[in-house]
Design a protein around this ligand. Structure first.
Ligand code: MRU
Length: 365
């Protein structure tokens, strides 16, 4: 994955680091890294149907807001291919039905609905043009590829905007995985870490393990370690302690949905980290693309929060760690109220409070 080659044993030359990509379009199928198996196994799944994409999103083989959106866009393409006729209206109905089906896969990350909405708009345009079903399908595929390619650039821009907030030697804490694995490349919260590394700025990253699915341990610690970035893994309940020791100068996390008032839904546990950061006078940054900002949701109370199975808590990764029949509450996300958020970093720039106006304006930049 990070190969070395050498002209002599004494002078090994490192090949440029190539990160693992979570998604790749390959001619007639979607290649998807099965994130549930990381870090032990690196398995690329081949997906040929919208049902396979739906199941992969729901079971979190692919996860992270932007990666979910990109996958769903390809899912629409795969679904469209099942229509065998030449009637543009029937094709459109079929595409819209596929998109509505994929929208049921997970409720919180708004990038899913953003990407499906964009595919639906494209489908409407294509259905109005003259052309064959093959032409229309090619147009849909081009849109899905555009969503995918743009995400890489968007993440890099988030990193560029965030980078000046960090300086050599800083301790930076992150929660969950908002890295390359959650996006097309670079990630959102991890993008400045990759760019800092490229520029020789050394950050000391602390990754919360992120119960119950351990995205921090399995994914963030893994991808940063692969990239050669200094990363230390913490159990979630250690964040306050390391902050009190003065080891953390900034917190940066991703988001699944940002409401119009700047309330942020992100992985469960983010709210606790934000409160701890405020108590220790540490800036708490949220990094996300504009596709994560949902101006139609007024505030955090309106964001639907997914609840997942009790087994994730009682027998995660195959080992029972709680009594049989215990009552379990397992929300996958929480909402951090805007007053805890120091700034929201997007591909268009940084938004500071008050968010209502700033978030509206950033779409016009
Ligand atoms: O349940 P997950 O793993 O999909 O949750 C992911 C997160 O909460 C990420 O922080 C968020 O999607 C941002 S990804 C750039």
């Amino acid at each position: 994955m990070n190969p070395s080659f050498s002209t002599s044993d004494e002078n090994p030359v490192k090949a440029p680091f190539e990160p693992l990509l979570s998604l790749r379009w390959d001619n007639d199928k979607l290649l998807m890294l099965d994130q549930r198996l990381l870090p032990d196994e690196i398995v690329m799944l081949e997906l040929f149907t919208s049902e396979q994409v739906f199941e992969s999103i729901r079971s979190m083989k692919v996860r992270g807001a932007p990666a979910i959106g990109i996958s769903a866009a390809y899912g629409v393409v795969l679904g469209a291919w099942e229509y065998k006729g030449e009637d543009a209206d029937h094709w459109l109905k079929h595409v819209l039905k596929t998109a509505a089906y994929l929208a049921e896969s997970r409720p919180t990350a708004v990038n899913l609905f953003w990407a499906l909405d964009r595919m639906n708009k494209k489908a409407h345009q294509l259905a109005e043009q003259t052309g064959t079903t093959a032409d229309r399908n090619a147009g849909l595929l081009a849109e899905a590829i555009a969503i995918h390619v743009e995400d890489e650039e968007v993440c890099r821009m988030i990193g560029e905007h965030a980078l000046p907030l960090f300086s050599d030697g800083m301790g930076v804490l992150t929660h969950c995985n908002a890295g390359g694995l959650a996006t097309a490349k670079y990630g959102t919260a991890l993008a400045p870490m990759y760019l800092a590394h490229e520029k020789g700025i050394n950050l000391k990253v602390y990754a919360d393990e992120t119960r119950p699915v351990l995205q921090g341990a399995r994914l963030t610690a893994f991808e940063l370690q692969q990239a050669g970035i200094d990363v230390t893994l913490l159990c979630d309940n250690m964040a306050g302690m390391v902050m009190s020791k003065g080891w953390i100068q900034a917190v940066i996390v991703g988001a699944d949905r940002v409401a119009a008032n700047g309330d942020v839904a992100n992985k469960i546990g983010t709210y606790s980290v934000a409160v701890l950061a405020k108590a220790h006078n540490i800036p708490f940054y949220v990094a996300c693309p504009l596709s994560t900002i949902d101006l139609s949701t007024a505030n955090g109370a309106e964001i639907p929060i997914e609840e997942r199975s009790a087994e994730e808590v009682t027998e995660g990764f195959g080992k029972r760690t709680a009594p049989q029949d215990i009552k379990v509450f397992n929300p996958a996300f929480d909402v951090t109220p805007n007053e805890y958020v120091t700034a929201i970093i997007t591909e268009k720039g940084i938004v500071y409070p008050s968010y209502e106006e700033g978030l509206r304006n950033i779409f016009e930049v």
